[in-house]
Design a protein around this ligand. Structure first.
Ligand code: NAD
Ligand code: UDP
Length: 349
């Protein structure tokens, strides 16, 4: 049984990927410092899958902690989710973001090298595309540029760190480093059980958790950030991808890496290929809830682009990846999790 180390595996995307991997014949080990996750997410993974796995509360930046994990477990591949991800916070605290996100990737690669572990899937983001002329984002033709915020810049820099290490000689003796950088578009949804889901700290930055908190009465109304964009209904268009589809994408990426022998770097979009506006997302949630989502139109949010949609051809060609869940599945599952657990993991105390 292949053993996959998930850094940041207690977080939103990591925990759902852990469930999928455990239910599909993989063993997992999770390392998370719980800076943005709850220990209860780890318990929920165990309860849902009825499978046991090792969890280490540790910071990926610190090699001593990582050495222990690699010494105690024969790791076959890594999925590196660990990272800070709040765009606004990263603008205020860039050093914190560079320190956490860059140091963790460098430390992880060093320890992988020491243990001859050569396969890693990396959590990248659509935010690395900074091309105002593009609306359909293609891995080859859309420009990757210095992002508008420190969070995005850490993702650009981490892709460079990974690519340079693939092209360097440090992993040569081990057979070459193999990297799949997955550029996620907008994750939505939750596990079908409703017992694990997105659990943001404080006021949600993202659209879906904000709306679900409005729908369970935790927030009064949604602020729609602008209805004067050059889009059919004036609101921004994003590509929402169900969290289970994302988990499947990681599993396919791992399989692909296991099929490789030499050094390899690739970056692939994970999205649905379909754009939905803020108003369409609101309507989908209203259908799921059978209730209206109160909202007010406010000003545009700095840095928002009118439309970001994934070109999904490469994911299909290389990984055989196609999404099977719709936006309606995503809003229904997000709402189900929030209704079952209005206060997220806090109320499981
Ligand atoms: P999340 O915050 O729920 O999960 C990240 C996890 O990493 C958290 O559990 C946190 O405690 C842990 N972590 C952070 N720094 C760590 C460190 N130094 N050592 C150990 N653990 C650490 O976020 P998520 O939405 O699950 O995102 C997972 C990854 O995907 C992140 O790298 C994020 O940047 C990336 N991503 C997320 C989105 C999104 O919209 N959710 C989009 C694109 C990319
Ligand atoms: N959005 C909004 N109100 C909110 C949060 C988000 O109108 O409270 C909009 C935002 O302007 C964007 C879309 O919803 O057009 C998705 O935003 P999110 O932050 O979830 O993702 P990202 O901006 O990273 O694509």
């Amino acid at each position: 049984m292949q053993k996959i180390l998930l850094t940041g595996g207690a977080g939103y995307i990591g925990s759902h990927t852990a469930i999928y991997l455990l239910e599909h014949g993989y063993d997992v080990v999770i390392v998370d410092n719980l800076s943005n996750a709850s220990r209860k997410a780890v318990d929920a993974i165990k309860n849902i899958t009825r499978k046991s796995f090792k969890f280490y509360r540790a910071d990926v930046r610190y090699k001593t902690a990582l050495y222990k994990v690699f010494r105690e477990n024969k790791i076959d591949a890594v999925v590196h989710f660990a990272g800070l991800k709040a765009v606004g916070e990263s603008v205020d605290k860039p050093l914190m973001y560079y320190d956490n996100n860059l140091k963790s990737t460098v430390a992880l690669l060093n320890v992988m090298k020491a243990y001859n572990v050569t396969r890693v899937v990396f959590s990248s983001s659509a935010t690395i595309y900074a091309d105002p002329d593009s609306r359909l984002y293609n891995e080859k033709t859309t420009k990757v540029a210095r992002a508008t915020n420190a969070y995005g810049t850490t993702k650009v820099m981490q892709e460079y760190i990974l690519e340079d290490t693939v092209n360097g000689a440090e992993f040569s003796d081990a057979g070459g480093l193999k990297v799949m950088s997955l550029r996620y578009f907008n994750p939505i949804g939750a596990h079908e059980s409703g017992d694990i889901g997105e659990n943001p700290n404080g006021i949600p930055n993202n659209l879906a958790p904000y709306i679900t908190q409005v729908l369970v009465g935790r927030r009064e109304y949604l602020s729609v950030f602008g209805d004067d964009y050059d889009t059919p209904d004036g609101t921004c268009i994003r590509d929402y991808i169900h969290i289970t589809d994302l988990a499947i994408g990681h599993t396919l990426a791992l399989k692909y890496l296991f099929s490789l022998t030499g050094a390899h770097f690739d970056a692939i979009n994970l999205g649905s290929g379909k754009g939905s506006s803020v108003f369409e997302v609101i309507k989908s949630f209203e259908k799921a809830a059978g209730a209206e989502v109160p909202y007010k139109i406010t000003g545009r949010r700095a840095g928002d682009l009118p439309e970001t949609v994934a070109d999904v051809q490469k994911a299909k060609n290389i990984l055989g990846f196609v999404t099977t869940h719709t936006l309606d599945d995503g809003t229904l599952d997000s709402l189900n999790w929030q209704q079952k657990h209005p206060n997220g993991f806090e109320e499981l105390d």
